[in-house]
Design a protein around this ligand. Structure first.
Ligand code: HEM
Length: 378
């Protein structure tokens, strides 16, 4: 009797297991088919502007000003994002001597040319916190004395070409409408819930929640030891591109950074100081671009999608060198805080494209003006 019960139980469990595996496989196949059809090329090479974009942008600016005000108690008014700098350092950006003629546009027109630049390295959060806390890390590069008419009318930025990046290849929202609803929910203290705006499962953004969680990553060993991506697309002459900056220590004299004490609140600044100021060792990077191949799913209007580098590999256009230097003085830190980086400080040959970049134009200008005025720096 007991034996029969055991056999029956065994058969039942076996069937249950088989059914679960079959169900899992079917779910996986349906998901794969859905994503393949949803995320497949060809895609447009042109921008597509949603009718609600202007209204969404105004609402986002109002929310962003509320956020900077929240964090300005007893301090200067800081940036709404990337508030904490590890340092602003001088840099040299040299166009590759053998650059492909097809990529010679804007500041990359002249092979061998070296631009002087500022590089600001930052944590992504809206207020300064310990570096060991998971976060995105930012790199903003400002080329100086760049001739030619720019996309911004502001005479203070007439000679500048900026590149603004962080160290994750994708953004946690696709477009301006999603940014508005997500940002408003986050401003109300909702975190993961911001990705589930209604009870309707079709509005749930599970993939975007995963991107947000991956973006908030442990700190690299130094701000010069991680890859920074443009995330959003740009023009490069006739091409649509994304760009990134990768560390190239092999281009610099051999240097090993001593291990830093990650319990110190500002160990990323200490790492930069140790390398550039104490050990007088330069840091090297390559600036690379990735061209859009519109036959594949490389959209302009969705920053949550990574362009596949196996289809469209990155090509190095310039080398960036941070020479040994003293950067950590009160004067330079204040001057750094008063700088404004903006993807729209750019030549028309480097025009930012896509909804998230169009949004950034209005928001960066508004927040920068607001904080500089409040800090008496305008
Ligand atoms: C493509 C995705 C994005 C990247 C790679 C990015 C990266 C950065 C970086 C690195 C900074 C610091 C610049 C500096 O060092 O001064 C910054 C600042 C800022 N970001 Fe973004 N960001 C992105 C999207 C956005 C979006 C969608 C918004 C809001 C709509 C936004 C709002 C801001 C603001 C307000 C600042 C401060 C501007 C200032 O006061 O000067 N960012 N961003």
């Amino acid at each position: 009797m007991l034996k029969r019960i055991w056999l029956w139980l065994g058969r039942l469990l076996g069937r249950l297991l088989l059914a679960t595996v079959a169900l899992g496989l079917a779910g996986w196949a349906i998901g794969a088919l859905y994503y393949q059809s949803k995320y497949s090329g060809p895609v447009s090479t042109e921008e597509e502007i949603a009718p609600t974009e202007v209204a969404d942008t105004q609402a986002i600016i109002a929310d962003a000003i509320a956020v900077v005000e929240q964090h300005s108690e007893n301090t200067r008014v800081l940036r709404d994002a990337h508030a904490k700098a590890h340092g602003c350092v001088r840099a040299e950006v040299s166009v590759r001597a053998e650059l492909d003629a097809d990529l010679r546009h804007g500041v990359f027109s002249e092979p061998g040319k070296t631009w002087q630049a500022w590089v600001r390295l930052s944590n992504g959060n809206a207020y300064p916190q310990f570096d060991r806390i998971k976060d995105a890390r930012g790199m903003a590069v400002k080329l100086l004395d760049v001739p030619g008419e720019k996309l911004t009318a502001d005479p203070r930025h007439a000679g500048e070409q900026d590149f603004v990046m962080f160290n994750h290849p994708v953004f946690f929202v696709r477009d301006v409408a999603e940014y508005r609803s997500n940002f408003a929910a986050q401003a109300q203290g909702k975190k993961a819930l911001a990705f589930f705006p209604s009870a309707d499962p079709r509005s749930w953004e599970l993939r975007h929640l995963l991107i947000a969680l991956q973006t908030l990553a442990p700190a690299p060993e130094s701000p010069v030891a991680t890859t920074y991506s443009s995330v959003a697309p740009y023009r490069l002459g006739p091409h649509n591109i994304k760009y990134r900056v990768i560390p190239t220590p092999e281009q610099c004299p051999d240097y090993r950074l001593p291990e830093q004490n990650r319990d110190l609140p500002n160990f990323l600044r200490s790492a930069l100081y140790r390398q550039l100021s104490l050990d007088r060792a330069p840091a090297c990077f390559a600036l690379q671009v990735q061209r859009q191949n519109a036959e594949y799913y490389m959209p302009i209007e969705d920053t949550s999608i990574e362009w596949d580098a196996s289809i469209s590999p990155f090509e190095t256009v310039a080398d960036i060198r941070l020479p040994p230097q003293d950067f950590d003085s009160p004067e330079q830190n204040l001057a750094c805080d008063n700088l404004s980086f903006n993807p729209w400080h750019a030549l028309p040959a480097h025009r930012p494209i896509g909804g998230i970049n169009r949004l950034r134009k209005a928001v960066y200008e508004a927040i920068s003006r607001y904080r500089l005025e409040r800090n008496g720096a305008l």
